[in-house]
Design a protein around this ligand. Structure first.
Ligand code: ADP
Ligand code: ZN
Ligand code: ZN
Length: 738
C-alpha cells in the first residue's frame, strides 16, 4: 500500500503530492486525511504532511519510494476532515482529487497585516442616531447605515462594514477624526467572547418558535445529531429560531456554520447575527479577495471566530469542533456548484456533520422536493412554522390575472388594467411597488420582421441580447457587436428589438407614470461591487416608488413600505429545459408574494400570466406548498425525475464535433456495460440545450436509476475507461448528479 501525501496544504499547488510506502505496522492507522511524518528532501528530515489518497499503484521506482515514518499524535485536525470531505466529493460527484482539494482547502495568500479590526461607537446611542440622520441628509448613505447599525451595537468588525455596508477606508477616517467612531487595531482585539445579553435578544419567541427551539435543544443535550427541516412561511421567524439553536450549540463550546445564499446576505441579515453574538461572528462572501477569505478561515481555525456565515463555500470552514450547520433557503440553486466537483451543499453538509457529530438544520418557506420528501419519509425531522411572526403582519392577498383576457379586451400593454390601477393607487398613497420579471437577465433580442431570423452569436447557439437599444451582447461568451441596421440573413431593413427585458419595462413604466421615481435592478445595474446592496438600500430608504427587477429583488429584504408586488409574466420561467422549472416558478412566485405587506400595511400581489391554470402558478397564488408538492411529485414519479429517481448527467464538450460524438457513444456503451443486471435508463446522447458555446460543442447523456450507488458505480467505470480513451485530453467530461 502507498500513500500520496501533500506536505504543505496551504500551498497553492495542492496537486503536488509525494508518494510513500505504508509500513505494515501503520496500515491500520492510516487513512485519507491522516496527518503523518515523512522523511523529506535530501537530508531526509522529518516533515508533516496529510494523506490525500491511498493506492496500490506505485508512481515511482519501487526503490526510490520512502516509508512513512509515523502518525502524528492528535492526528485528526480540521484539515484532516476537509481532506476526507474532498475525497468524498471526488467519489460522490466525480472530479479529480486535485479539483476536490482546491474546493475545500483555502489557498494561502499573503495577507497584509490588518491594522484596523473594529469600529467602536464613541457617542451615546442618541447622539449616534442624530449623527446618522445628519449623514442621511447629506446623502452619505454608507455612513448613515454604519451609524444606524452602531445605535444597536457598540462595535462592528471593520470587515463587516467594508464588505456588507459598502464603507471605504476613505469614508471611515474622517468619521474617526471627528470623534464619531474609534477604529481599533488588532492589538486591541480582546478575547473572543459571546456578547449575548438576554436583554438584547430583541424578540421574544412565540409559542411555535419556542417549542421548536426547545425540542432541538433537548435533543442536542441528549446527544442526538440529525438533520432537521425547518419549514416556515416567509416572515415566520426562522432566523430567530436559528439564533436560538446556535446559542444552544455555542454553550456546548462548539462551532456553527450558517449558509445563506449570497443574494440574501445583506447587511441587515448579518447585523442580526452580529447584534446577538458579537465578535465571534465572521462573514465571507465572493466579493472578498482570496487573502481576506484566508484570513477569516485562519481566525476560524484559531477559535477566535465561532460562527461563520457565508455562501456555499463557507461550508469548508476549518472548525475543529463543529456542532451545527444551518442552511437557510435550502431550496436555492446557488447551493449547487456549477464546476467539478458539482457538489450540493445540502448533501455535503450532511456528510460533514456526520464526521463531526454535528446536526444540520435546513430552512425554507418552499422546501426543495428532495428535502420535503425526506422529511415526510422520516429521514429528516420536520419542524413547521405556520404563521408570520410579527403581530399584525398578514399574508398578502394574491390575485392571478389572465393576460389572454387582457388581450381579448384590447389591452396590448404589458401591464394589465388591474396592475395599472393598483400602481396608480400606491403612487397616490406614497407606498411602494415592486415589479418582478420572472426571468434571469433579459428577454430582449433583435429579429427580422421579413425573414423572422433572430440575430445570433457566431460562437454560440444563442440569440444575442440587446443592451440599451444599441449593443448586442452574448451572455455566454461575451461577444459584442453594434446592433445592425439590416438583417444579417436577408438584408431587410425591418429589423427590431423584441421582448420585454427589465430595461424595456423601466422605459414603459416611466412612460406610463412620468411622476414616479423608478429603480431597476438586474445584471447591468448591479455589476459593480456592492451595486445590488446600493440599489436595495436606496429603495428601502424610500428613494424610489417603484423597483423593477429580476429574481434578485425578491430575496432577503424587508421593505415595509412595499404594498404591491406585480409579477409581469409568471410563465417565463415555466418553459426552460430544466425538469425543475415548475418548482422554480413556484418558489419564485411564492417568494415574490412574500415581499408584499411585511409590516402593518397589508399587501397585494398581482400575478400576470398566460397560464392561469398551471398548478405552479395556482399553488403559488394560494400560498399552498403542500398541494404544489403533491402535484409536482406526481410529475416526477411519472417521468422518473429526482427525487423519485436519481439522475446522472454526463456533460461532454469538445471543439471538434466528430470527436465529441465518438466520446459520448463510448460513454453510452461503457454505462450500459457497467450496469450489468441493473435496469438503468439511458437517455441520449443528445445535444445540450445550447449545443455550441464559445465554439465548443456540447453533448449530454442522462442515466437514471432509483439507487444512487448504482449511478456512482457507473460513473466510476466511465471515469476509469475514459482515462484510457484516445480522446482523453481532448474531450472534457463532467458528471452532474441532479
Ligand atoms: P424568516 O427568516 O422566516 O423570513 P425572520 O426571522 O426574518 O423570518 O422574521 C421576520 C420578521 O419577524 C423579522 O422582522 C423578525 O424580527 C420578526 N420576528 C421574528 N420572530 C418574532 C417574534 N417572536 N416576535 C416578534 N417579531 C418576530
Ligand atoms: Zn431577415
Ligand atoms: Zn457567444
Amino acid at each position: 500500500m502507498y500513500a500520496n501525501i501533500i506536505i504543505d496544504i496551504s500551498h497553492e499547488k495542492v496537486d503536488k503530492t509525494f508518494q510513500y510506502r505504508i509500513p505494515p505496522r501503520l496500515e491500520k492507522e492510516i487513512g485519507v486525511g491522516t496527518r503523518v511524518e515523512v522523511p523529506f528532501g535530501a537530508g531526509g528530515r522529518l516533515r508533516r504532511g496529510y494523506v490525500v489518497e491511498l493506492t496500490e499503484k506505485e508512481e515511482f521506482d519501487r526503490e526510490r519510494i520512502k516509508e512513512v515514518a509515523g502518525v502524528c499524535a492528535g492526528s485528526v485536525t480540521a484539515e484532516s476532515q476537509l481532506i476526507q470531505v474532498a475525497w468524498w466529493l471526488k467519489e460522490r460527484y466525480g472530479a479529480t482529487m486535485n479539483q476536490a482539494l482546491k474546493t475545500v482547502l483555502p489557498v494561502k495568500q499573503k495577507v497584509k497585516p490588518k491594522q484596523i479590526r473594529l469600529i467602536r461607537r464613541l457617542m451615546t446611542e442618541e447622539e449616534t442616531r442624530k449623527a446618522a440622520e445628519e449623514a442621511g441628509k447629506k446623502h452619505y448613505k454608507a455612513r448613515e447605515r454604519l451609524l444606524m447599525a452602531l445605535t444597536q451595537t457598540e462595535e462592528i468588525p471593520y470587515q463587516v462594514a467594508v464588505s456588507q455596508m459598502n464603507l471605504s477606508a476613505a469614508s471611515l477616517k474622517p468619521m474617526a477624526e471627528k470623534g464619531l467612531i474609534a477604529l481599533e487595531s488588532e492589538t486591541v482585539s480582546r478575547n473572543p467572547r459571546i456578547q449575548e445579553k438576554p436583554g438584547e435578544r430583541g424578540v421574544c419567541l412565540n409559542q411555535e418558535q419556542s417549542r421548536i427551539a426547545a425540542d432541538f435543544s433537548e435533543r442536542y443535550a441528549r446527544g442526538i445529531r440529525e438533520t432537521y427541516l425547518l419549514y416556515g412561511v416567509t416572515g415566520s421567524g426562522k432566523t430567530e429560531v436559528y439564533m436560538e439553536m446556535i446559542s444552544r450549540v455555542l454553550e456546548e463550546g462548539r462551532q456553527v456554520i450558517v449558509l445563506i445564499p449570497e443574494i440574501a446576505l445583506t447587511y441587515q441579515t448579518v447585523m442580526r447575527f452580529y447584534r446577538r453574538f458579537g465578535g465571534v461572528v465572521s462573514i465571507i462572501n465572493s466579493r472578498m479577495s482570496a487573502g481576506e477569505r484566508y484570513d477569516q478561515m485562519e481566525r476560524a481555525k484559531s477559535g477566535e471566530v465561532r460562527i461563520m456565515i457565508g455562501p456555499r463555500s463557507a461550508l469548508f470552514t476549518p472548525f475543529s469542533r463543529l456542532g451545527l450547520i444551518i442552511i437557510d433557503e435550502e431550496h436555492e440553486t446557488a447551493y449547487k456548484s456549477e464546476t467539478s466537483p458539482r457538489y450540493h451543499a445540502r448533501e455535503t453538509a450532511v456528510y460533514l456533520a456526520g464526521l463531526n457529530k454535528a446536526s444540520v438544520v435546513l430552512g425554507s418557506a418552499t422546501p426543495s422536493l428532495e428535502a420535503y420528501s425526506r422529511a415526510l419519509a422520516g429521514r429528516y425531522r420536520l419542524y413547521r412554522l405556520t404563521r408570520r411572526a410579527k403581530r399584525d403582519s398578514r399574508m398578502a392577498a394574491v390575485q392571478v390575472i389572465d393576460l389572454r383576457e387582457e388581450l381579448k379586451e384590447g389591452n396590448k400593454s404589458i401591464f394589465s388594467r388591474r396592475l395599472q390601477e393598483a400602481m396608480r393607487e400606491r403612487l397616490d398613497k406614497g407606498q411602494q411597488t415592486m415589479l418582478f420579471m420572472n426571468r434571469r437577465g433579459y428577454a430582449s433580442f433583435v429579429s427580422c420582421r421579413s425573414c423572422g431570423e433572430a440575430v445570433k452569436c457566431p460562437h454560440c447557439d444563442v440569440t444575442l441580447t440587446l443592451h440599451f437599444g444599441q449593443k448586442l451582447v452574448c451572455h455566454y461568451c461575451g461577444y459584442e457587436v453594434k446592433s445592425p441596421d439590416r438583417c444579417p440573413s436577408c438584408g431587410s431593413p425591418y429589423i427590431a428589438g423584441f421582448g420585454t427585458g427589465t430595461q424595456k419595462i423601466e422605459e414603459l413604466t416611466k412612460k406610463m407614470f412620468p411622476q414616479a421615481r423608478v429603480l431597476r435592478m438586474d445584471m447591468d445595474t448591479t455589476s459593480k461591487k456592492n451595486g445590488h446592496q446600493e440599489i436595495l438600500s436606496a429603495f428601502a430608504d424610500g428613494q424610489a416608488d417603484i423597483l423593477i427587477g429580476t429574481q434578485m429583488i425578491v430575496k432577503g429584504h424587508d421593505f415595509p413600505k412595499v404594498t404591491l408586488v406585480g409579477v409581469l409574466a409568471a410563465d417565463l420561467s415555466l418553459y426552460t429545459s430544466d425538469f425543475r422549472c415548475g418548482e422554480r416558478t413556484f418558489q419564485l412566485l411564492t417568494q415574490a408574494a412574500g415581499r408584499a405587506g411585511r409590516d402593518e400595511l397589508s399587501g397585494e400581489v398581482l400575478i400576470q400570466t398566460y397560464n392561469p391554470e398551471h398548478y405552479s402558478i395556482r399553488c403559488a397564488a394560494g400560498q399552498d406548498y403542500e398541494s404544489f408538492y403533491s402535484q409536482e411529485m406526481v410529475f416526477r414519479d411519472m417521468l422518473g425525475y429526482p427525487p423519485s429517481c436519481q439522475m446522472l448527467t454526463v456533460l461532454a464538450s469538445c471543439g471538434r464535433e466528430a470527436v465529441l460524438s465518438e466520446a459520448v457513444e463510448d460513454m453510452n456503451r461503457w454505462a450500459a456495460e457497467a450496469s450489468g443486471q441493473e435496469e438503468i435508463q439511458i437517455i441520449g446522447p443528445a445535444q445540450a440545450p445550447i449545443y455550441k458555446v464559445n465554439d465548443i460543442y456540447r453533448k449530454n447523456l442522462y442515466l437514471k436509476h432509483e439507487n444512487y450507488d448504482i449511478l456512482i458505480k457507473l460513473k466510476n467505470h466511465m471515469e476509469e475507461k475514459s482515462r484510457q480513451a484516445a480522446w482523453h485530453g481532448y474531450v472534457a467530461v463532467q458528471y452532474d448528479f441532479a
